[in-house]
Design a protein around this ligand. Structure first.
Ligand code: AN7
Length: 363
């Protein structure tokens, strides 16, 4: 049997609303690794296992590709010629790439001055028409809804139900990799589509007998953009994690359902905690994600410090399994990476000049 991975639609066709007539537009997204987090696991103790679902390894460097393959395939099936989205960056990068592959026009609206450099480069490079508005993501989404309501352009934000269908595949992959659902699923929350999709994925897989249990959903917003935690719209969201700089999430209610139905939580982490987790992942685990993605691990670290897991002993002979989703690649945001790292050391071109800065014993 051929073993080539052909993307999440072919892999999980039985769980997705596609037929043999659906023209599959895929860049072979999905099949991302579940990386054991050795340091985090060690810090928690021998009864715990932490894994990082490294979604930055998708074709455009974020989890958005899982939903975009579905949204764009269904748009083409519908006869669409153009797609449109509002975005804090990753959705636009993904939409632009899948539109390019399908031969569709792509229009994106981003908040001026608040998207990471790599994401901007992707949207432009894939040939999207990019508009920067003097406003935030919530303003951009309002504009996109207004236009797509009145003109024949397919909206590919996560309010498009096919996006969430595709993103459920992340939960299927985790269950397939572990042989069951984890005990805890940590995830950053912005527009709240992904937490909704993961929960639906876990629930469905459990229903189909592919997993014996369902995880507790642990969502984390940035403190300056935490409408669900604060129970009110945040008119001027602010955070260094621009991907989740969202004050009025479209899937707000669904995220609350995921939290409540799973006996989980939605809490917030400060920018300082996000940066600490971002650096920890890169420097101690060897995994480079963007700041918004580190919110999941910042949440885990916050709960570790508060003693939360002391009350979470595993069943005899097993371990408490924790999955943190790292939603986007660190290369998306080179400015923040450089800003939060040591400086490059400039030296004359000699071994001695380099050795002056390195403590080594001569062989
Ligand atoms: C890296 O691209 O909203 O809670 O417009 O890029 O499903 O919104 C991105 C969101 C987490 C939050 N991590 O997911 C967009 C956009 C990264 C992200 C989220 C986003 P949702």
């Amino acid at each position: 049997m051929a073993k080539m991975w052909r993307g999440i639609i072919e892999q999980y066709r039985d769980y997705l609303p596609v037929t043999s007539a659906t023209p599959v537009v895929s860049l072979c997204e999905g099949n991302t690794p579940l990386v054991p987090a050795r340091q985090l696991s060690a810090e928690l103790g021998p009864q715990y296992e932490v894994f990082l679902k490294y979604e930055g390894l998708n074709p455009t460097g974020s989890f958005k590709d899982r939903g975009m393959t579905m949204a764009v395939s269904k748009a083409v099936e519908d006869g669409a010629t153009a797609i449109m989205c509002a975005s804090t960056g990753n959705t636009s990068a993904s939409a632009a790439a899948y539109a390019a592959s399908a031969g569709l026009e792509c229009i994106v609206i981003i908040p001026q001055g608040n998207i990471a450099l790599g994401k901007m480069a992707q949207a432009l490079m894939h040939g999207a028409k990019v508009f920067a508005v003097d406003g935030n993501f919530d303003d951009a989404l309002r504009i996109v809804r207004e236009i797509t309501n009145n003109y024949p352009i397919t909206l590919v934000n996560s309010v498009n139900p096919f996006r969430l269908d595709g993103q459920k595949s992340g939960a299927y992959e985790i269950c397939d990799a572990l042989g069951d659902a984890p005990d805890f699923h940590f995830i950053p929350v912005g527009n709240a589509g992904n937490i909704t999709a993961y929960w639906r994925g876990y629930v469905e897989y459990h229903k189909h007998g592919k997993a014996a249990r369902r995880p507790r959903m642990m969502g984390f917003q940035a403190a300056g953009a935490a409408p669900i935690v604060r129970k009110q719209v945040v008119p001027k969201p602010e955070t260094i994690a621009t991907a989740i700089r969202i004050g009025n999430p479209a899937s707000w209610k669904f995220a609350e359902d995921a939290r409540d139905d799973s006996n989980g939580m939605i809490d917030m982490v400060t920018d300082a905690e996000i940066i600490e987790a971002y650096q920890f992942l890169a420097r101690r685990e060897g995994v480079f994600c963007e700041p918004a993605s580190a919110a999941s691990v910042a949440g885990l670290i916050k709960l570790m410090k508060s003693g939360f897991f002391k009350h979470e002993a595993p069943a005899p002979g097993s371990k408490v399994r924790i999955v943190c989703v790292l939603t986007g690649h660190g290369l998306k945001d080179p400015d923040n990476a450089i800003k939060h790292s040591a400086e490059v050391i400039s030296v004359p071109a000699s071994a001695d000049a380099v050795l002056e800065h390195v403590a080594l014993a001569r062989r």
